[in-house]
Design a protein around this ligand. Structure first.
Ligand SMILES: NC(=O)c1ccc[n+]([C@@H]2O[C@H](COP(=O)([O-])OP(=O)(O)OC[C@H]3O[C@@H](n4cnc5c(N)ncnc54)[C@H](O)[C@@H]3O)[C@@H](O)[C@H]2O)c1
Length: 331
């Protein structure tokens, strides 16, 4: 069992990582409170049963799986389901699923009755190493991925690596895309562990990955400056995701973004090996113009300038303000 403290001012919480943890959630959650589980239809029913047998569950709201679930329509549906279940200000929402359910549930928790508590129980690798940590919650709009969102820190994050046993391989590899990003940003233990030949246990990968993200989040909780380095590969990645109509998964799309943004670097061959190891893509089939139409909507654009995030060498990320058009040289 590993515990990571996240000392965000007025919102301090713990991340608990342990195999089998989902069977003993009452150890981490207040058993006097009422909970509502929000999940998607792919998440095995046994996880819901394990949680429900230990704490007071007022109801379960099940959404269809997939990126399109992160919508205004579903945020409204979720809110109405909570009203039907007569959830009051004391309710705690449990996000049980991947990053889609985590982002949607956190967003609902941030707006329902002007805000209620929520807990993250991430079940995909991507959610365990990245999206459940740091408090960014969002839904997509017609024009922009994560176009509407909020900052909402969870009461706690409970990670059971055993849940990855039911996660399809493609989604496991997808999560490794974000792990590789963290490894490159940090350039230390996780990076060395991934490129080393010896067996590197998944609990350790999750733990190291979270430590890296936590350090960056704590320096810039509201994403005004340094936190932007976590968006390495994301400007191009988000455009690819949207242009593919989300058929290319988030971790896959940012893998392409990272590979393209790493041109002329000393570590590019190592990155290629890592991406190949997890069957992650390095190229795309779209026109440059089709991607630029998403890139020009980037949230950080001011005065026609965008944040360009590169990693000069592992452990040495860089944010530069550049003209939007200059991103084209990487496409
Ligand atoms: N908030 C953040 O900081 C942040 C960071 C990175 C990514 N994200 C978001 O996360 C989302 C992607 O997350 P994701 O990759 O987890 O996608 P996802 O939530 O769609 O989950 C992937 C698939 O795996 C299934 N699944 C999840 N856990 C399972 C399990 N244990 N067993 C069987 N099936 C399981 C889901 O039903 C889904 O079909 C994107 O919307 C992305 O924008 C958010």
């Amino acid at each position: 069992m590993k515990i990571i403290n996240v000392p965000i001012k007025n919102n301090e919480y713990q991340i608990n990582i342990g195999k089998g943890l989902i069977k003993g959630v009452s150890k981490y959650l207040d058993t006097k409170r009422n909970y509502i589980i929000i999940t998607d239809s792919n998440i095995p029913k046994e996880y819901i049963a394990d949680i429900s047998s230990k704490i007071n569950i007022k109801g379960t709201v099940v959404f269809p799986p997939g990126e399109s679930t992160k919508s205004f329509e579903n945020a409204e549906k979720g809110v109405n389901e909570l009203h039907k279940l007569q959830a009051n200000k004391d309710i705690v929402l449990i996000a049980l699923g991947g990053g889609v359910i985590g982002d949607l549930t956190g967003f609902i928790a941030s707006i329902y009755l002007r805000g209620v508590d929520f807990v993250q129980i991430p079940t995909s690798l991507l959610a365990q190493v990245d999206s459940s940590i740091g408090g960014k919650v969002a839904i997509n709009t017609q024009y922009m991925k994560n176009g509407v969102g909020n900052f909402k820190q969870p009461l706690c994050v409970l990670i059971d690596p055993n849940t990855l046993e039911t996660l399809p391989k493609r989604h496991y590899n997808n999560g490794m895309g974000e792990v590789i990003k963290h490894a490159l940003i940090d350039g230390k233990e996780l990076y060395k562990g991934l490129i080393g030949n010896e067996y590197y246990p998944i609990e350790e990968i999750i733990y190291q990955s979270i430590l890296i993200k936590r350090e960056i989040v704590l320096k810039d909780v509201f994403d005004n400056n340094i936190r932007n380095i976590l968006n390495f590969g994301h400007t191009i990645g988000h455009a690819i995701e949207q242009q593919s109509n989300y058929e290319i998964l988030h971790g896959e799309a940012i893998s392409i973004g990272m590979y393209l943004m790493s041109k002329n670097t000393s570590y590019r061959d190592t990155l290629e090996l890592l991406l190949n190891k997890f069957s992650l893509p390095k190229s795309y089939d779209y026109s440059v113009d089709s991607l630029m139409k998403f890139i020009v909507l980037d949230k950080k654009i001011v005065n026609n300038q965008i944040n360009k995030i590169t990693i000069k060498e592992p452990g040495n990320p860089l944010i530069e303000r550049v003209k939007i058009g200059s991103i084209k040289e990487y496409l």
